[in-house]
Ligand binder design. Structure first.
Ligand code: ACO
Ligand code: ZN
Length: 281
């Protein structure tokens, strides 16, 4: 499908079954033509192969031996695990993940070559296996300093802090690379809300603890958040003044406290000591 056709297409698949969940879809996703007549698809929650009928899925589950995403487990803390999947080594899985994700992502074209991407799949694990909660994708080499291409928390898991966990994780990877990063644009409304929330929390926490002046550059070095994103966040919090042609951070403790109260609790934190990862070469 060409891009234009893809965007004007109406939603085809109305619901999917994935693990113990039946999930209503949000947007059109360009499944292969033989699925055009389907209103419901049945996904294997581990290999993400999809089928037209429940019986096919049941048969598949008896012989599918995956119990977690393919690839390397690079993080484990309690019941949460993160797997890194190379789109080139696990092409079918990566393509299945893109088809699935597009059902919940509007203005993203996902079907560039999956070869060029790494997929970070977050799972809740129990004795039956590792159940996918969400994921983000990341270009192996980004010219534009993008550290995240697409992010998704599956609807049954939304609003529990997993989105911010995934965002925090993407910045931890950037810190290990010694680079600043930013998400690929455009952001969806929910994507922007989540990023704004993350940036706000991280920056307020540092400003609260820091004594004396601090520059945007220093904040960027500490957090791997791109300077423009720091500036726009602090501007929206009215913590920036423009003096003699320079943006200056004015962190009045009272203003900080007011914002911190409004920002709420951070939720799930990434425990960096449990991340075992080296940058892609
Ligand atoms: N209504 C209002 N605010 C919301 C909502 C909502 N439905 N969902 C999230 N937020 C805001 C809140 O501020 C929330 O923080 P709070 O709970 O402390 O108030 C913040 O976003 C983050 O919430 P999380 O629970 O950490 O995020 P979640 O796990 O729900 O995931 C995500 C956020 C990934 C954006 C999810 O909504 C999603 O998958 N949406 C569909 C796909 C999408 O739009 N992805 C982003 C596209 S842009 C890109 O990929 C670069
Ligand atoms: Zn399977």
């Amino acid at each position: 499908l060409r891009e234009h056709e893809e965007f004007t297409k109406v939603k085809n698949i109305a619901t999917i079954e994935l693990g113990k969940y039946e999930i209503e879809t949000w947007y059109f996703s360009p499944f292969p033509p033989e699925y055009n007549d389907c209103v419901k698809l049945f996904f294997c929650e581990f290999c993400l192969n999809f089928m037209k009928r429940k019986e096919q899925l049941q048969r598949h589950m008896r012989k599918c031996d995956l119990k977690h995403p393919p690839g390397d487990e690079i993080y484990r803390s309690g019941t949460l695990s993160m797997f890194e999947v190379d789109g080139k080594k696990n092409k079918v899985y990566a393509q299945n993940l893109c088809y699935l994700a597009k059902l919940f992502l509007d203005h993203k074209t996902l079907y560039y070559d999956v070869d060029l991407f790494l997929f970070y799949v977050l799972c809740e694990c129990d004795d039956r296996g590792c159940h996918m909660v969400g994921y983000f994708s990341k270009e192996k080499h980004s010219e534009e300093a993008y550290n995240l291409a697409c992010i998704l928390t599956l609807p049954p898991y939304q609003r529990k802090g997993y989105g911010k966990f995934l965002i925090a994780f993407s910045y931890e990877l950037s810190k290990k690379e010694g680079k600043v990063g930013t998400p690929e644009r455009p952001l969806s409304d929910l994507g922007l809300l989540s990023y704004r929330g993350y940036w706000t929390r991280v920056l307020l926490d540092i400003l609260k603890k820091h004594k004396g002046n601090i520059s945007i550059k220093e904040l960027s070095d500490m957090t791997a958040i791109k300077a423009e994103d720091i500036l726009s966040t602090l501007q929206s919090l009215e913590l920036i003044q423009y003096r003699k042609g320079q943006h200056v951070i004015c962190a009045d403790p009272k203003v900080l406290d007011r914002h911190l109260k409004a920002a709420g609790r951070g939720g799930l934190d990434v425990d960096v000591s449990k991340l075992i990862w080296t940058p892609y070469k």
